[in-house]
Write a protein that binds this ligand. Structure first.
Ligand code: ZN
Ligand code: ZN
Length: 218
């Protein structure tokens, strides 16, 4: 049996939080605990999975606001991994105070991700892909043998991440998608930070943002 993946739609912005588990070692990871940390911790405990790490694609509040609650619901404190270029955003509570509220982002990230970094979950190899544009320290998690890309807010079903926010950069986002999404095989499944899953092939053909870019540029 291969890697197990559960999706939880959480919080006011319907963020996709993902629980990944290796069925043999029972080690688990949560990508983007945006809210409802207790619910995610309970789902893992019910399966006998041990969440040891939290991996953050980027530090917007809707991807980190459940991390404090999640960490406190676990028997052992998890390690948090994130790209250091989003630490400023993490320290600003992911921008939540700009919208008039506060969050508990949980344990400070101590595992700094970089482009090309190899992570492991049991026997599964996971590659970190630095994809700035929606935020400076945005990372996607690519599982080459499973053909899965956890894309955060870089690319969605027939859409892309917004860049009209502090730290956003439309040129960087275009280059990130061209270099680190469109270079993947068409069959790779994209599991985004919001909305339904899609594939690289579908977005290559039907994503109106990608279609508007001049080919081979960037
Ligand atoms: Zn975001
Ligand atoms: Zn988001």
């Amino acid at each position: 049996m291969g890697l197990l993946v559960r999706r939880f739609v959480v919080g006011p912005l319907d963020t996709n939080a993902y629980l990944l588990a290796d069925p043999e070692t029972r080690h688990a990871v949560v990508i983007d605990p945006g809210a409802e940390g207790v619910r995610i911790a309970r789902a893992a405990a019910d399966e006998g999975w041990r969440i040891r790490h939290i991996w953050i694609t980027h530090a917007h509040f809707d991807h980190i606001a459940g991390a404090g609650e999640l960490a406190e619901s676990l028997p052992t404190w998890p390690l948090v991994a994130m790209h250091p270029d989003d630490l400023w955003l993490w320290r600003m509570e992911g921008g939540a105070p700009l919208f008039g509220f506060h969050i508990d982002p949980g344990p400070e990230p101590t595992v700094y991700l970089h482009h090309g970094q190899q992570l492991r979950l049991g026997r599964t190899i996971v590659e970190g892909r630095h994809a700035p544009g929606h935020s400076p320290g945005h990372v996607m998690f690519y599982l080459p043998y499973e053909g899965l890309l956890f894309a955060g807010d870089v690319v969605f079903y027939e859409s892309v991440g917004r860049t009209d926010i502090p730290g956003g950069d439309p040129d960087a986002l275009r280059q990130s998608i061209q270099a680190h999404v469109l270079t993947l095989p068409d069959t790779v499944r994209i599991l985004p930070g919001h909305g339904p899953e899609t594939t690289v092939g579908h977005e290559r053909r039907f994503n109106p943002f990608i279609a508007s870019w001049p080919e081979g540029d960037g």
